[in-house]
Design a protein around this ligand. Sequence first.
Ligand code: PMP
Length: 398
Amino acid sequence: MSLFERFRHIAALREEFSRVGDNPFNIVIEEALSATEAVVNGRRTILAGTNNYLGLTFDPRCIAAGCEALEHQGTGTTGSRMANGTYAGHLALERELAQFFGCPSAIVFSTGYLANLGILSTLPGAGTPVLLDADSHASIYDGCRLGNGEVIRFRHNDPADLDRRLGRLGERAAGALIVVEGIYSMLGDQAPLTEIVEVKKRHGAYLVVDEAHSLGVLGTGGRGLAEQVGVADEVDFIVGTFSKSLGAVGGFCVSKWPQLEDVRYAMRPYIFTASSSPAVIESTRMALRILEQEGSALRERLWDNAHRLYRGLLELGFSLGPETSPVVAVTLGRSKETALAVWHQLLARGVYVNLVMPPATPGTNCLLRCSLSAAHSRDQVDRIIDAFSSLREQVAAC
Ligand code: PMP
């Protein structure tokens, strides 16, 4: 049997996609023009499918910080943090993140994916129960697969189900690890964190919150959902990424437990990969400073855009995620062909969104995932709404 036999269904899908037009999972940004626009297929297109929540990718201060690091520190570290890849900038960023979250310890990783891999493959010992929200990001599942914990899924955003499953563990519940996300990336819904914290405390478990999509987006200081609902002191580990609100690439974990420093030296996804380049670290440091100093104004614009798009699409009769969020997901039907056709027509109207198909979606339907930025103008948001409006009938037929 050919080694590639198992991938035949992917080959078939690719062929099917190519008959209709561009492959939505291989779209090329021919030229990035700004935080909100790019040239795609030779056409100026509104980017409504990024995670550039604060719109900082083109901030001149971040660009200047990155350029200066490139010039003075070179293109890359060529090594891992533990071998030869820890530069002064990595430590400075760790100090700044720890300070920002009011924690004694912070670790910087090369991506957010690796941050989850590091924490979830290393913290739980053999057989430690790890309770995952069923809609957890792939990096959370993959981290668990790399480790030796016992994975137990609980129903999405259901603290009662979590409580029941912890209850069944008896004494093992104390010391179990619960993992949730601040904002879920597909539907834009938030975790019921206050209730989850109550459950965690009742059982003596530990709590990890992945604030990848909520950093910069929620909380009076932009620290995420834990800050917004006032439970930051009860969260044991916050994981996050630099690839969304901070406009770069990289990941981090902060903790109120100073012992995180010991865990650092046991995490394979930290040890056995090259560290982030100095340019990335310096642009991230600048973005974090901007988030601290100007975040509330940026958040106001972001949420203004989020409300405008959510309201606009709701009024047009589209079926959306359960709450207003910078991630606005339009639920389609199950037909991949129709979803693909609608996605193409949006692109032809100059609007790029994410096409998401099962099994990447929480349910069995296809989604058009829109995401907004503080940098979108109201006019751009209206153009996104207009593009959807012109496709109402096709979506209804999905
Ligand atoms: N956690 C969540 C919830 C995410 O959505 C993502 C990325 N989409 C990650 C982690 C991984 O982040 P990164 O892109 O920095 O690897």
